[in-house]
Write a protein that binds this ligand. Structure first.
Ligand code: ADP
Length: 714
């Protein structure tokens, strides 16, 4: 070791001597010259310098001088300030010295390798590579360094690095773009899939599934969002834990790989609904499966699960509505057919009776008793037909909603009594007792639509009698506490008759419903009465209900809110007085139908009126024109008449000029009783519009009302 060191130091000294040409030993000089020659002929640069202190240069061979563009060693020494530090480009020096020190410290053989820039004498910058070897001698540490020009190599490397950098940059840019696009797509997917509580990605070929978004139900099948699990295991676990037992088979079938493949063969997506139970409540989910793979083979699919409770409910509701409508239509159809067959039977029976008894009567002209009997039967049959026709008309009338509610003063007890009086013969005939109980009513005087209320009660009491053979019919009036001048009234019509079967009871108010048809029950009826009653009650803002037990009897109850009439203003007993005042009043009756004219004349005369008649509107107008003042008090005008109808005639009378023609009460009589008919009559100048056949009570009341007004007093 020491020898080597000594040798090195020797070499250094010798070289120096050689350089300075001061070696005195010829042999040594010769050896050194050989050595120097050898070093100088090395194709690469060679540098020897002191590793310590100023890093003084000991020797640089020719090749190194060439690298630096120097012609002589002294030129090189002055260019580098005779130090290794001058060899290295100032900017690289610190880094290079640090690197050399570090490499030497870590190298067993004291070797290092560095690359750095140098500045040639002509100022050109070149890259060199430096293989250094530190040799430790007694004279100090010396570096032996091979230096080669590495400019092209480094430049090539830098060029390659730059190219790589720009490729990386481009790649980075592209990656950013892809990431942005990816994010945008994710946002779109998020946006489109907001309704999906769970989204899963599955690869059927490799039996893998991973969640993208999960609900509580899916969550417990996975450990984390990155957890890739076997598809079949997750599907089975989910079905077992969550899917409704009745839908499990369906669920497993729809999620089986074969099923998915066969269903995604021709379309991109399919879905199915299934149920699950949560807190004992059945809920609906929908799974949609979408093919997202790009190859022809179906393997990658996305599965979305969403709650569809609201939609299902809506659907179920919609179905229910349709079902109800269908049922209603079917029921109505069945009822209508039954009604038509009932009607044809119910019409034919009395018509046959009329024709039959007419034939019998014709043959019995010699027997007064038999004639009277047959005429009586003809009358009954005629009334039945009239009743039937009236009910059908009334039904369509109330159905048409073309009706108005009036506000008449009325006494509820009197109203019921009036009805009872009219029905009394039936009560007596069937040995039925009647009880009216108004004890619980504080205010019997009310404002109500008298006609409608009467129709309702008359029908219910009529039915009570009709469907009771023997026993009792009671009408109980109840009144609830009055508030703001109104009270809630309840009319209970109770019988001890045949009662109604429960299965008929809930549709008893539907049109054309009868428990038995006329043939079966032997009791005549159209099955429209209760429908009309209900319509009328509803028109009055009330409700109607029924409780009934077969063979025990029925109770129909009508609830109505009525305005209470001040007791002071309630008038009783006025009626007869008003009727008295009608005696001797003169009526012009315009009626084209001869029979009607005769009947109506007779009725009116019976009530003390003086009646003159006209066969059509034109004659009525002529009679009015020719009349003396006071000759007529009232005109009763049929609407449908030949030559000139009632409305034209009224307009003509009103236009006759004199004041009395403008004021004389004209009352329309018409079988057409719709509100629109009434309105047309009023518009033509009539004062009232009454239905036909003539309701004498109503007519008298109307005439009394009209004549009560001062301007009609003549
Ligand atoms: P109808 O004109 O046939 O009497 P309704 O509409 O008045 O028609 O009555 C319909 C059906 O309701 C009747 O056919 C009968 O079966 C039943 N009904 C009505 N009222 C009673 C009652 N008080 N007691 C028993 N059955 C009744």
């Amino acid at each position: 070791m020491d020898e080597i060191k000594a040798e090195h130091s020797l070499i250094g000294q010798l070289l120096n001597q050689l350089d300075t040409q001061s070696a005195d030993n010829l042999y040594d000089r010769e050896n050194m010259r050989e050595f120097k020659k050898l070093i100088d002929e090395i194709p690469g640069g060679f540098l020897i310098y002191h590793a310590d202190g100023e890093e003084e240069i000991i020797y640089a061979n020719r090749a190194l001088l060439r690298i630096f563009g120097c012609d002589t060693l002294s030129e090189f020494r002055s260019h580098t300030h005779n130090s290794f530090r001058g060899v290295v480009h100032a900017e690289d020096l610190d880094e290079i010295e640090r690197s050399i020190a570090e490499q030497i410290a870590n190298s067993q053989d004291d070797l290092d390798y560095v690359e750095y820039r140098i500045v040639r004498k002509d100022g050109v910058i070149r890259w060199v590579e430096d293989y250094g070897h530190l040799v430790r001698t007694e004279l100090g540490n010396i570096f032996y360094v091979f230096i080669g020009d590495a400019t092209e190599k480094v430049e090539r490397r830098l060029h390659e690095k730059n190219e790589l950098m720009s490729t990386i940059e481009e790649y980075d840019k592209e990656r950013t773009l892809i990431r942005q696009e990816h994010l945008r797509r994710l946002e779109v997917i998020e946006g489109l899939s907001v309704n999906y509580v769970s989204i899963l990605y599955a690869d059927l070929d490799s039996d893998k599934i991973l969640p993208y978004r999960y609900s509580r139900r899916i969550e417990c099948q996975f450990e984390s969002k990155q957890d890739v699990r076997p598809y079949s295991q997750i599907i089975d676990g989910y079905a077992k834990q969550w899917v409704h037992p009745d839908d499990k088979a369906l669920f497993l079938r729809h999620t089986s790989v074969d099923y998915i493949r066969s269903h995604l063969k021709n379309k991109e997506t399919f879905y199915f609904n299934y149920r699950y139970i949560e807190n004992g409540e059945t809920k609906y989910l929908q799974m949609r499966i979408v093919d997202v793979g790009s190859s022809g083979r179906i393997s990658q699919v996305v599965m979305g699960i969403r709650a569809i409770d609201d939609e299902i409910l809506q659907e179920v509701k919609q179905k229910q509505i349709l079902q109800d409508a269908l049922n209603t239509a079917r029921v109505a159809e069945v009822a209508k057919n039954a009604f038509l067959s009932n009607m044809s039977h119910d019409m034919r029976t009395p018509l046959n009776a009329i024709l039959g008894y007419l034939a019998l009567a014709k043959n019995s002209l010699d027997s007064r008793d038999r004639l009277i009997e047959y005429l009586g039967k003809i009358e009954t049959a005629g009334r039945q037909i009239l009743d039937l026709v009236e009910k059908v008309l009334e039904f369509s009338y109330t159905e048409s909603q073309d009706a108005k509610v009036s506000d008449d003063e009325c006494n509820l007890a009197d109203l019921v009594k009036e009805i009872y009086e009219a029905l009394q013969p039936s009560f007596e005939q069937k040995d039925i007792t009647f009880v009216l109980d108004t004890k619980k009513v504080n205010h019997l005087h009310v404002y109500a639509d008298r006609e409608k209320l009467k129709k309702i009660l008359r029908h219910l009491i009529g039915n009570a009698v009709k469907y009771t053979d023997k026993g009792n019919v009671s009408v109980t009036l109840l009144e609830n506490k009055a508030i703001n001048g109104f009270a809630m009234y309840r009319f209970e019509i109770k019988d001890t008759g045949i009662g109604i079967n429960p299965d008929v009871l809930d549709k008893i108010f539907a049109p054309f419903e009868r428990e038995n048809n006329t043939t079966m029950s032997g009791i005549y009826g159209a099955g429209l009465g209760l429908t009309i009653c209900k319509q009328l009650v509803e028109m009055l803002g009330g409700t109607i209900e029924v409780v009934s037990k077969p063979k025990k009897g029925s109770t129909f109850s009508v609830n109505l809110s009525l305005r209470i009439l001040d007791e002071e203003t309630a008038k009783t007993g006025d009626r007869d007085e008003a009727y008295d005042r009608l005696q001797g009043r003169r009526i012009l009756l315009a009626e084209d139908n001869e029979i009607n004219r005769e009947i109506e004349t007779e009725i009116l005369q019976n009530f003390g009126f003086v009646v003159d008649t006209a066969e059509n509107g034109k004659i009525a107008v002529e009679k009015m024109r020719a009349s003396r003042p006071g000759e007529y008090d009232v005109v009763l005008m049929d609407i449908q008449m030949p030559v000139m109808d009632g409305r034209e005639a009224t307009q003509a009378i009103r236009a006759l000029g004199e004041e009395r023609f403008k004021n004389i009460p004209i009352i329309a009589l018409s079988a057409n009783a719709f509100e629109s008919d009434k309105r047309a009559s009023m518009e033509s100048g009539m004062n009232e519009h009454l239905p036909k056949p003539l309701d004498v009570d109503l007519l008298l009341k109307t005439i009394a009302e009209l004549l009560k007004d001062k301007k009609y007093e003549i």
